[in-house]
Ligand binder design. Structure first.
Ligand code: AHG
Ligand code: MN
Ligand code: MN
Length: 339
């Protein structure tokens, strides 16, 4: 095998391109890398141990927490808390954000992490790919004080880094610090991530649309019209429908092959389903860095000013031309039109 650069080497080599170059940030990515290997190990043996199924608890959003959801949440939180690298963490699986004191209770760490520890959890029991999504900001509250909610409620365009891990047929860590999107594949025998996909980019347009069409009757008219457009027998269409039900996996495939992922509002979910802070913003940052786009149907996801930790938003994300075409269809109807 030719010599490949490892994730650790890549971080050090590219630290100078990161506008807030600091050892703190490198240590932060390293701890996410470590936690992801632990979760990967557990996901891989999920069928062997008593870890499938629900844990019997529900999260703050009323959804069943799968056992692996709880496990992944614990691993990421513990890794970040124990190493005292960040000043706070917010997780999809936690009701509120967690304050981390740092060395000698100093509260002098600069970064907060927002995380969806296990994305696509309904796929765990059936051996289908799941993922982890993370988003990193610099705190806005003064150093030396405990983090506040405002440190987490920042618009996506202030992210300093974002990424995901996809636990698929192989495990990959894909991230951006605002200098393109880079993908690393885990060599499971060595436990090392190697750079396998430098400078990942969305094809300008593709042929895949990913949406849960089971809710068709409940979608806004603009979405229904766009789906009909995707299915028309003209100009290289119909497109192909592919929906895994793991945002991470659907996004990853669409970035490589070209496509659009949509989770719109519906009469069943008037705000959409996906969470702005843990899912939409980090994926939007990655999409834009890879030459794609991410909107809520009308406006750029990363310009939305968050008001709540667990806020949901609709999302249209992927290849630029496809997102813009969907936007044209959405613009034909007022945003508050009834379904
Ligand atoms: P999570 O497992 O973190 O709750 O996220 C699941 C999300 C997303 O990954 C996926 O695309 C979508 O929910 C699937 O929802 P539907 O089953 O409603 O299609
Ligand atoms: Mn998720
Ligand atoms: Mn989740």
């Amino acid at each position: 095998m030719r010599n490949r650069i490892t994730l650790g080497e890549f971080i050090i080599e590219n630290q100078k391109d990161f506008q807030y170059s600091s050892g703190e940030f490198s240590r932060l990515i390293s701890s996410i890398k470590l936690a992801s290997k632990i979760v990967n190990h557990e996901v891989n043996k999920a069928g062997l141990v008593d870890i499938l199924g629900t844990s019997g608890n529900t999260n703050i959003q009323g959804e069943d927490q799968q056992k692996l959801d709880v496990y992944a949440n614990e691993v990421f939180l513990k890794t970040l808390i124990k190493r005292e690298i960040v000043c706070g963490v917010a997780s999809e699986e936690e009701d509120d954000f967690v304050v981390i004191e740092g060395k000698n209770k100093s509260h002098d760490n600069k970064y907060v992490v927002l995380i969806d520890p296990l994305d696509g959890s309904s796929n765990i029991d059936v051996n289908v790919s799941v993922g982890t999504i993370f988003s990193i900001y610099r705190r806005v509250s003064p150093l030396g004080t405990p983090v506040k909610k405002e440190d987490f409620l920042q618009p996506g365009n202030l992210q300093v880094a974002a990424g995901y891990i996809v636990y698929g047929t192989s495990t990959m860590l894909v991230y951006t610090t605002g200098n393109g999107v880079h993908g690393f594949t885990l060599n499971p025998a060595l436990g090392v991530y190697y750079l396998s996909h430098p400078n990942m980019t969305f094809p300008k347009r593709g042929k895949i649309y990913s949406i849960n069409e089971g809710y068709y009757q409940h979608f806004p008219q603009g979405v229904k019209d766009y789906l009909k457009y995707c299915q028309e027998e003209v100009d290289g269409r119909p497109y192909t429908s592919r929906y895994i039900g793991s945002l991470v996996s659907d996004f990853h495939r669409n970035m490589i092959k070209g496509g659009i992922y949509i989770y719109p509002t519906s009469s069943k979910a008037p705000q959409g389903k996906l969470r702005l802070l843990y899912e939409c913003n980090p994926m939007a940052f990655l999409a834009e860095q890879a030459g794609g786009e991410a909107i809520d149907g009308y406006r750029r996801i990363m310009e939305i000013k968050p008001t709540e930790l667990h806020q949901r938003v609709p999302i249209f994300i992927g290849s630029k031309d496809m997102v813009n075409k969907a936007k044209e269809f959405m613009a034909k109807y007022p945003e508050d039109a009834k379904y």
